[in-house]
Design a protein around this ligand. Sequence first.
Ligand code: HEC
Length: 133
Amino acid sequence: MFILNRLRIEKLFFVLTIVVVAFFLRLNALAKEKNNYHGLSPVLGVELVVKNCTVCHSADIIVENHMSRKAWDKTITWMQKEQGLWKLNKEVRKIILDYLSKTQGITNNKFSGQAIRKNSNQMYEFDYRPNPL
Ligand code: HEC
């Protein structure tokens, strides 16, 4: 009787240990997932942006910039002509450009940093965020 009880308790401990370890492993995986993209929105194309655009500078310089598609296009060209960004093939360039104009565009998106600052602070135009570099 006593031995049976002990066995049951040991089994319970065993299962509990596995549950706790699995929980922490999952937390760890979630935290890693969040950190993977250096603060860039995790939508289609983010891997290519991380691969091609965070080699020389951090992703912050992208996150802090909001531009039209045309201006992003010019930025990539300038990055290639003057800053040493390698040639990108047509499809890759399009995916990166789609990504940048979608997530870092200038829209009337209520959730963009600019719109939030505009709503919460009338003097937002004079409210500069610190340089991330
Ligand atoms: C080979 C290195 C290199 C790569 C790769 C690179 N950049 Fe840059 N980038 C630079 C340098 C150097 C500067 C700073 C230039 C300066 O301020 O004079 C810069 C500055 C910038 C700026 C700030 C522009 C401004 O107005 O100050 C943006 C935005 C930017 N990069 C975006 C990108 C994007 C998007 C990509 C990927 C398509 C990319 N960069 C890839 C070297 C690189």
